[in-house]
Design a binder for this molecule. Structure first.
Ligand SMILES: NC(=O)c1ccc[n+]([C@@H]2O[C@H](COP(=O)([O-])OP(=O)(O)OC[C@H]3O[C@@H](n4cnc5c(N)ncnc54)[C@H](OP(=O)(O)O)[C@@H]3O)[C@@H](O)[C@H]2O)c1
Length: 315
């Protein structure tokens, strides 16, 4: 047993409820791995995890679903999910609990060799958005030669959707603020603004049929535009507009969809292979020291630059 520092939510609310505490890191048993964290990925799911209005019986809550780091110990007879594994290996882990930490012990089934071409910040932010994007494309059946609409194309999930759609051979029209048009173009998509007149603007950009619409913004505007442009509601999906999806009969992915967890667990190898081959990049907006996790979450909750945020636990 060793000790580590980790962030926990001691109450429900905003980033001010987070506290950095000393915690035990269990010696890994069979099927477990201890990781010295180099970087933790930062996702909107992290602040939603301790948002106000939940059952106080759940507290304290460890925060953070994905990390990149170095194996410090493996349990007896244990292999990483990607095979093999020994002390000193560079790895990524996702679907973990408490990634905002200097070290943690996790299930080996969630630990994979880190693609060598990714830095720590990129690797720590690859899997949550990458597997979400893969799931959005799979549930809407996006195929070679189709034209699809992506709402929030410059966002973290959106930019992974753009790259993976291009790999599938689809053409993408993506909504974004004008300052992010170059990023959207660099990821192989055609940007359109998301101010008034969105439906007409998309029709002008893609005069043929829009086969599917993938929304990462959760806005009513995006839901309305998707419904106006895509006749088959089975080919509209959102990561955030759950009420609209239920009311209007289109798809959603995430915690409330029982198929999402198993799909994403399986999709990790595919997403890692794309990154290892140089076909999937993770734009990073900014890194923070682990000690500044509340500042990172404050930035993420408001207007923020395109690209992901990472917490650097050690270099
Ligand atoms: N269900 C799931 O499993 C799942 C998984 C991952 C993420 N999510 C959710 O999906 C959402 C996006 O996550 P993310 O990590 O990609 O966040 P993000 O990086 O902040 O991206 C959101 C993007 O949407 C843009 N945007 C905001 N309003 C828009 C609008 N009306 N039209 C077009 N673009 C708009 C933002 O750009 P501006 O700078 O222009 O505002 C930003 O680029 C969050 O709500 C997150 O919680 C859900």
């Amino acid at each position: 047993m060793t000790t580590a520092q980790r962030w926990v939510a001691t109450a429900f609310g905003g980033p001010e409820v987070l506290k950095l505490v000393e915690t035990d890191v269990p010696t890994p048993g069979p099927g477990q791995v201890t990781i010295e964290v180099r970087a933790a990925g930062v996702n909107p799911a992290d602040h939603k995890h301790f948002a106000a209005g939940q059952d106080p019986g759940l507290l304290p809550l460890a925060i953070g679903y994905e990390v990149a780091g170095v194996v410090s110990a493996l349990g007896p007879g244990t292999e990483l999910a990607s095979g093999g594994g020994t002390g000193g290996d560079e790895v990524v882990a996702s679907l973990v609990n408490g990634g905002y930490a200097t070290a943690l012990t996790v299930a080996a089934a969630d630990v994979f060799a880190k693609p060598a071409r990714l830095g720590w910040a990129e690797a720590a932010n690859l899997l949550l958005v990458g597997t979400t994007a893969a799931e959005m494309l799979a549930v809407t059946g996006v195929a070679d030669g189709e034209t699809v609409l992506v709402h929030g194309a410059a966002g973290a999930v959106g930019s992974s959707v753009l790259q993976q759609a291009r790999i599938l051979g689809a053409r993408v029209v993506g909504t974004a603020a004008e300052r992010d048009f170059e990023l959207v173009r660099s990821l192989g998509a055609e940007p359109v603004g998301y101010d008034d007149g969105l439906v007409e603007r998309v029709r002008r950009a893609a005069p043929g049929r829009i086969a599917a619409a993938l929304d990462t913004t959760g806005s009513d505007q995006a839901a309305d535009a998707s419904l106006a442009l895509v006749a088959d509601r089975g080919r509209i999906v959102t990561t955030a507009a759950f009420g609209r999806a239920a009311a209007d009969g289109f798809r959603s992915v995430g915690a409330a969809n029982p198929a999402s967890g198993p799909f994403r667990a399986r999709a990790r190898s595919h997403v890692l292979a794309l990154a290892a081959a140089g076909d999937l990049i993770v734009p990073i907006a900014r890194t923070f020291p682990l000690s500044q996790a509340p500042d990172a979450l404050s930035l993420l909750r408001g207007p923020h630059p395109a690209g992901k945020l990472a917490l650097i636990a050690s270099e």
